[in-house]
Structures are given as structure tokens and as C-alpha cells.
Design a protein around this ligand. Structure first.
Ligand SMILES: Nc1ncnc2c1ncn2[C@@H]1O[C@H](COP(=O)(O)OP(=O)(O)O)[C@@H](O)[C@H]1O
Ligand SMILES: O=C(O)[C@@H](O)C(=O)COP(=O)(O)O
Length: 427
């Protein structure tokens, strides 16, 4: 293993796996803190998917360090801590504490914090995060159900979470190339700064930053930060990329879409599915809370739909409705109820022979994948930037597309299936 990574949610982990695979590394995804039973076989990169984005910071630190220790013991030469390209966290939140704990563990004197993912519209300029052409604080992320992002200045956001001083490497330096960036790392270190936000406007910047990070024990950021890292190992090791396939074999069985993300992108994808005449059913959280709607009801509805097209069950709500629900039921309580119910639906559908799932939302995917007993994922073809098909190779045999709430084109729920080749039942 050359690169070991710890991701704070499962859709983020698949996003990172896709990036590392695209750059030629044989990459596997392990769900949860790895135990001695997981064989890393001949992977160049292993990404551990946690569900640690919104849990108490001390627990996130413990799980992340436990995972990192296993990866380092298995030979990982560089560690990535992957979080969201929109820096999803709260002031009590986990990016700073986990980064600092991993710095202690790896002995990395200085590390970077680079969430940028230009292919998905996330860039950083003068330390400010943009989503498309809006500041983070003016983007739909200001209304995220669990981690509303209201401050676009990442130096400020990260400093509120860190004990160590946070610094900034600006776009003008990145434009000068990797030697200038390396020199800036050293200058910032000499000035006492230990975690550095790095401006990034383009993929070319990501490659410059990646080159400057050769030999850095710990790198933190979004999946974009991994774009330039495999090249360092290719130069030093010459590893051979495996062939990439345009389509992925999927086990025989029915398909379903489960959406627990309230993002603008996911809500648009739900509207597109409705407009295309797909069968859709809404999880009504008030009805679930008082027992008028159950996971069994929702699953039975899906089972009863004709098998030709995947049915969609969604809980997604717009910002005003969500604010009302959260005021009544509590932010975490309502979120957890939705997650539990969708996980129950998924388990029932898997028991009924559904084998292909498209799941929208990071926390949602984490809850569902855990309920399904999925342990290890292989990475298949890219549906849209940041979202690949995956196949479970340990536990149940399933094809899974775990979509970050924010990612994907409006027709994502319609087109994703075209990349699968269905195996016959007796194959
Ligand atoms: N109608 C709803 N009411 C309250 N919470 C909800 C509702 N629908 C979804 N949620 C919660 O919102 C959170 C969305 O987070 P997540 O699944 O990570 O999506 P994203 O990828 O967009 O961040 C989940 O905890 C989910 O259970
Ligand atoms: O970096 C990203 O934007 C994604 O990889 C990510 O972390 C997804 O998180 P969710 O939006 O909660 O799915």
C-alpha cells in the first residue's frame, strides 16, 4: 500500500477512491475501522470510510486514529484525511481535531487543508471557499440539515476548530509552481503555522499542490487533493495502472433509489425523475414519527412497483420545511429517524432480492451500507464527477452508487443505470 486514507463519510470515501483509481492506483474502500480480518491484498491505495463527520469530536478522533494506525502498520507511506469539498463541519466539529490528532500520529510537522474540487465547482481563493460562482455562505450549503455552512473564510473556520495556528498559501504562489508552493510550506512553518489552507482554482493547481506534497506524511482535503499524489509514487515506484472499464457487471436482481439528502442537487434529481414519469414515494417524517408510515410500508410499495424501472423513495425536504421539522423534532433526532427508516427499507429490499441501489446523501449512505452489512467496495466506472458505481466484495453481493448529496447532473437517477451490465441469475 502506498496511500492510506481515512474519510469522514462514505460518499466522500467513494469520491476519493474514484480519484485515486482515475489516477491509476488499484484502490479499495473499506467500511468502518478496519480490523485484522480485512486483507488489503495488492491495493496501491486503501480508503477507510467512517461515519464521523457529525459525531462528537473525541469519537471522530478515536475512530480516525484507530483506522490510520492500521493503514500505517500495513505500510501506507502517505496518509490522506478526506472531508467534504464544502468543508461540512460545525465549530465544535471534527476537521481540525482529527487533522491535529493525525499530525501527532504521523509526526507530520506541517500539513495542508485543501478541500477544492474544481470539477464539481468547489474552488478556494484567498482562503474563501466558492461553490460554483457563489461564496460557500451564499450557496445551498448554508441550509445543510446537519452542518449549515455560514462562514466562507476557511482559515477562520478551521482556526475555530484547531489548537495549532492555521495558515494560508495563496493563489499567486500556487500559480508559480510546486517549488514555490513547497517554499511557502517552509515559510509558513517557520512562522509557526502548522495547518495550511491552500488556494486552488483549477485541476492544474491541484497537480501543482500534489507535487509539492511529495513526502508529506499527512495530507488533508477533498478528493481533489489526491489528484496529484499518485504521480509522485508513479515517478518513484513506476506502479502499473489496471485496465479501466466503461461499464460494471452487476448482480442479477431489482434496483431502487433511496434519497435522504436535502441538497439542491438531489432535490433537482428527484424532480427530474418525477418529470420522467418514474415511480416515486415520499417518506413522510411526521407519519413515520407517529407510526402511520413504517419502513415495511415503504419497502412493500417498492416491491409492488413493476420491475421494469427503479422506484425512488425520498425524504428530502426544502430549507423552510426542514427548518419546521427540525424545530419540532430536533436536528439530529429527525435526521437519525430518517436514516434509520431508510436503512430499514434498504434491508427489506435486499431481503426481497434487490441487488442494485443508488443512494443519495453521505450520512444516509453510511446508515444504509451499515445496515446492509457491506464491508469492502471495489470501484467501478464514473457516473458523474465524484460518483462511481461500486461493487460490494465482502458481505452481500450488491452494486451500489453512493452519491454525495451535492453531486451529479439533474438526470443522475435516470442515466446511472446505463453503466451497469446485469449478470444473469445463474451466472
Ligand atoms: N425530511 C427530513 N427531515 C429531517 N431530516 C432529514 C429529512 N430528510 C433527510 N434528513 C436528514 O438530513 C441529513 C442529510 O445528510 P446526508 O445524507 O449526508 O446528505 P448530504 O449528502 O446532502 O449531506 C441526513 O441525516 C438525513 O437523515
Ligand atoms: O467532497 C465532497 O464534496 C464529497 O466527497 C463528500 O464528502 C460528500 O459528502 P455528502 O455531501 O454528505 O454526501
Amino acid at each position: 500500500m502506498l496511500i492510506g486514507a481515512v474519510a469522514d463519510d462514505i460518499t466522500g470515501a467513494t469520491d476519493l477512491c474514484l480519484m485515486l483509481s482515475r489516477e491509476g492506483m488499484r484502490t479499495i474502500q473499506v467500511i468502518g475501522v478496519p480490523t485484522g480480518e480485512v486483507a488489503f491484498s495488492d491495493a496501491d491505495a486503501v480508503v477507510v470510510a467512517l461515519k464521523s463527520r457529525t459525531i462528537p469530536a473525541a469519537e471522530a478522533v478515536e475512530m480516525s486514529c484507530a483506522s490510520a494506525r492500521v493503514l500505517l502498520a500495513a505500510g501506507a507511506e502517505q496518509l490522506i484525511f478526506k472531508y467534504c469539498s464544502t468543508f461540512d463541519s460545525t465549530d465544535a466539529g471534527n476537521i481540525g481535531p482529527v487533522a491535529e490528532a493525525l499530525q501527532d500520529l504521523t509526526g507530520a510537522p506541517v500539513t495542508i487543508a485543501c478541500p477544492s474540487f474544481p470539477a464539481a465547482g468547489r474552488t478556494v481563493y484567498k482562503g474563501h471557499l466558492f461553490v460554483g460562482d457563489r461564496l460557500l455562505s451564499e450557496s445551498p450549503l448554508k441550509d445543510h440539515p446537519l452542518t449549515p455552512m455560514r462562514d466562507p473564510d476557511l482559515v477562520r473556520v478551521l482556526q475555530r476548530q484547531c489548537r495549532r495556528p492555521v495558515g494560508l498559501v495563496q493563489a499567486e504562489t500556487v500559480a508559480k509552481g510546486s517549488n514555490a508552493v513547497k517554499a511557502a510550506f517552509a515559510e509558513q512553518y517557520a512562522a509557526g503555522r502548522r495547518i495550511l489552507i491552500v488556494d486552488t482554482l483549477s485541476d492544474a493547481d491541484l497537480r501543482t499542490i500534489g507535487k509539492a506534497c511529495a513526502g508529506m506524511k499527512l495530507v488533508t482535503g477533498g478528493s481533489g487533493v489526491a489528484m496529484g499524489l499518485p504521480e509522485n509514487f508513479r515517478q518513484s515506484r513506476g506502479f502499473v495502472p489496471p485496465p479501466r472499464k466503461a461499464r460494471m457487471a452487476a448482480p442479477a436482481g431489482r434496483a431502487a433509489i433511496l434519497a435522504g439528502s436535502c441538497s439542491a442537487a438531489t432535490r433537482g434529481q428527484i424532480e427530474a425523475a418525477k418529470a420522467a414519469g418514474r415511480r416515486v414515494l415520499r417518506l413522510d417524517i411526521a407519519a413515520v414519527a407517529d407510526g402511520r408510515q413504517t419502513g415495511a410500508d415503504l419497502a412493500q410499495w417498492a416491491i409492488n412497483t413493476p420491475a421494469d424501472l427503479p422506484p425512488l423513495i425520498y425524504s428530502s425536504a426544502g430549507p423552510d420545511e426542514l427548518a419546521g421539522i427540525q424545530a419540532q423534532m430536533g436536528r439530529h433526532e429527525s435526521g437519525a429517524l430518517v436514516e434509520r427508516t431508510l436503512a430499514d427499507v434498504a434491508r427489506r429490499l435486499a431481503d426481497a432480492g434487490f441487488s442494485r441501489f443508488l443512494i443519495a446523501g453521505g450520512e444516509t449512505s453510511g446508515a444504509i451500507v451499515e445496515a446492509l452489512g457491506v464491508k469492502v467496495l471495489l470501484i467501478g466506472p464514473e457516473i458523474d464527477p465524484g460518483v462511481p458505481w461500486t461493487r460490494s466484495i465482502s458481505g452481500p453481493d450488491l452494486a451500489l452508487a453512493l452519491k454525495s448529496g451535492n453531486f451529479g447532473a439533474p438526470d443522475f437517477f435516470l442515466k446511472a443505470w446505463d453503466l451497469l451490465e446485469l449478470e444473469t441469475a445463474d451466472a
